[in-house]
Design a protein around this ligand. Sequence first.
Ligand SMILES: [Zn+2]
Length: 82
Amino acid sequence: MVPTEQQIAEWLDATFKPSADHQCLHCGGTTGVLLPFGGRESRHVWLHGACWPAHMAARRRAAVAALSAAAAKQPADQPALF
Ligand SMILES: [Zn+2]
């Protein structure tokens, strides 16, 4: 099963982990321009602009893997949870 965009967004939100203040969550760097990424003031991560695409791609791959594994474990006679 391929997860839907909504399922992926929900997984990303549910597994959100904040970064340390002013430290890039992707590379761990503290120098250079760090930008807050996230929709809410209290829930954002710090990333270099150049690190954002790789970070998001990795998070998305993790979401697809986790949701696909969860779907594969569900019994065939049970309604899908994801
Ligand atoms: Zn970085």
